[in-house]
Design a protein around this ligand. Structure first.
Ligand code: AMP
Length: 435
C-alpha cells in the first residue's frame, strides 16, 4: 500500500455545521440529540462523511476531541441494515476504562437501533464476555490481551467482521500492546475497513498503519491539543514537603468542586487519599493495583459527586470521562508534554471550561518548560494567597523563593533562545474556536 498522505481538511464554513449536515440516519441523529450534542466536533465533521463510505482512515485526535462518537456513529450507520447475531465491528482500545466508555457511548448513541455492543476487558470474569462473544454482539469493544485470551479458546468468530477501529494507537504502543494487536489483526478478514486513531504518530504506529491499512485518508484536526481549548493553566511552585498542605489549602476554595488529582505512583496516590481523608476531604483513589470493581466504584462515586476529589495515576486515568471536572491538579508534575495534555484533557471536556494547576518543584522546571514549549504558551507561576510557604531545604531553593510574576514571557536568555525569540506557537487561535 502507499503511505498515508495528509489530505487537507475542509475548514468548516461560515455556517456552523450541524449533525443534519452529516450522512447519518435519522435514528442516529435522535441518539445524538439524546446525548445532548448540539454540533459535531471537528473530528466528527471530518471523519463521519469519510468513514461511512467504508474507506480506511487515520485520525490524529486526542481523547476529549469527540473521537469516540466520530467512529461509533459511522459504525452504527453502516450496521443499521445488517441482520443481528454476528460480529461486524471490532474496536481495540488500550484500557478497560476506554473500553467501557466506548461501549457505553455505543449503547447511548445506538439506543434507537437494534445494534448491540459488548465490552471485553481484563480483570473481571470471562463468562459474561464469552456469552456476548458467542451470542454475536454486533460490535465488540476490547482490550487486546483479554480478547486474545478469548480468541485462544476458539469461540470468537470474526468471519463476518467488516470494520476495525484501533483507538489510541500510540497509547497501545506505550503500553506494549502492539504485538498483541498484530496477533489479533492476523486473524481478521483482510477485506474490511480499518480506522486508526492516535494523538501522535510515532514510527511504530506509522508502520502499523502501513502494514494493515489500505490507502488511508489522513484526517488531521486543527486542534493541536485538548489542553488548548477551554483550559487555563497555572503552576504553583512549592517545596516537596508542603504539597499536601498546599492541596488542602487549595481545596478550601469551593470553586474546586470536582477535582482530579494526579500523582506519580500508586503508593503516593494511596498516601495522598489517606491524608485528604484525615483532613475530612472526600477523596476516591484509582490506580492499577486496585481491582476493577474498586476502580468502577471510585469512579462512580466521583461521577455522582460523592467524592469531591479523585486521586489517580496516569495509567488508571486513561479514558476517565466524567462530566464537569472543574480542575485537574498535577500534585506531581508530569514528566513529558503528552502526559500533561492527557491529564489536562480530563477537564474542559467537550465544550466546558476548566483549570489545570501544576505543583512545581525546582527539579520539575526542565520537564515543565518542555510542556510549555509544546503548548506554545508560558504558564504563569503563582503563589497561593493565604498559604504559609516554608523554606525548601530539599532542593536548590525550591518553591520557597519568590515565584516569577504571573503572566507570559520569559526572562532574558531563557531556553527559548534570544530575548526576542518566541516559543514555537501552536495554532492556539483556531483551537479556541468553539464547536
Ligand atoms: P471523546 O474524545 O470521545 O473521549 O469525547 C469527549 C467528551 O466529549 C465525551 O464526554 C463525549 O460525550 C463528548 N462529546 C462528544 N461529541 C460531542 C459533541 N458533538 N458535542 C458535545 N459533546 C461531545
Amino acid at each position: 500500500m502507499s503511505d498515508p498522505e495528509p489530505a487537507p481538511v475542509d475548514e468548516p464554513g461560515e455556517r456552523e455545521k450541524t449533525f443534519d449536515d452529516l450522512p447519518l440516519h435519522p435514528t442516529l441523529r435522535r441518539g445524538v440529540r439524546d446525548m445532548g450534542y448540539r454540533v459535531p466536533t471537528p473530528i466528527q465533521q471530518t471523519t463521519i462523511p469519510e468513514a461511512v463510505t467504508g474507506r480506511d482512515l487515520i485520525g490524529t485526535a486526542q481523547t476529549g476531541s469527540g473521537k469516540t462518537a466520530a467512529f461509533l456513529l459511522p459504525i452504527l450507520e453502516r450496521l443499521l441494515q445488517h441482520p443481528p447475531g454476528r460480529t461486524y465491528a471490532l474496536v481495540l482500545t488500550p484500557t478497560r476504562e476506554l473500553a467501557l466508555q466506548a461501549e457505553g457511548f455505543l449503547r447511548q448513541l445506538g439506543r434507537h437501533t437494534r445494534v448491540r455492543g459488548a465490552a471485553v476487558y481484563g480483570g473481571v470474569g470471562m463468562e459474561p464476555q464469552e456469552r456476548a462473544l458467542r451470542g454475536g454482539a454486533e460490535v465488540i469493544v476490547a482490550t487486546p490481551g483479554r480478547l486474545l485470551d478469548h480468541m485462544s479458546r476458539g469461540y470468537v468468530d470474526f468471519r463476518a467482521l467488516e470494520i476495525l477501529v484501533l483507538d489510541e494507537a500510540d497509547r497501545m504502543l506505550d503500553m506494549g500492546f502492539i504485538p498483541d494487536v498484530r496477533r489479533i489483526l492476523r486473524h481478521l478478514p483482510t477485506r474490511r475497513q480499518t480506522m486508526l486513531f492516535s494523538a501522535t504518530m510515532p514510527p511504530e504506529v506509522v508502520q502499523l498503519s502501513r502494514d494493515f491499512l489500505h490507502e488511508p485518508r489522513m484526517l488531521r484536526v486543527q486542534e493541536a491539543t485538548v489542553a488548548a481549548a477551554g483550559v487555563s493553566h497555572r503552576a504553583l511552585p512549592v517545596p516537596s514537603h508542603q504539597k499536601t498542605d498546599l492541596l488542602i489549602t487549595l481545596l478550601k476554595d469551593p470553586q474546586l468542586s470536582s477535582v482530579l488529582v494526579f500523582t506519580r505512583t500508586k503508593h503516593r496516590a494511596d498516601r495522598l487519599a489517606r491524608q485528604l481523608y484525615q483532613s475530612h476531604i472526600d477523596a476516591g483513589v484509582i490506580h492499577g493495583n486496585r481491582s476493577q470493581s474498586q476502580r468502577v466504584k471510585a469512579l462512580e462515586a466521583f461521577r455522582r459527586g460523592a467524592h469531591r476529589v479523585l486521586v489517580a495515576t496516569d495509567i488508571a486515568a486513561r479514558g476517565i470521562d466524567v462530566e464537569g471536572i472543574t480542575h485537574v491538579v498535577n500534585y506531581d508534575a508530569p514528566q513529558d508534554p503528552e502526559t500533561y495534555v492527557h491529564r489536562v484533557g480530563r477537564t474542559a471536556r467537550a465544550q466546558r471550561q476548566g483549570e489545570a494547576i501544576t505543583f512545581l518543584l525546582r527539579e520539575d522546571e526542565d520537564d515543565f518548560s518542555r510542556v510549555e514549549q509544546f503548548l506554545g504558551e508560558r504558564i504563569p507561576r503563582e503563589r497561593l494567597e493565604g498559604f504559609r510557604y516554608e523554606e525548601d531545604t530539599s532542593s536548590r531553593g525550591g518553591g520557597s523563593g519568590p515565584a516569577r510574576p504571573a503572566g507570559r514571557g520569559r526572562p532574558h536568555g531563557s531556553r527559548w533562545g534570544s530575548p526576542n525569540s518566541q516559543p514555537p506557537r501552536r495554532n492556539l487561535t483556531s483551537t479556541s474556536r468553539r464547536w
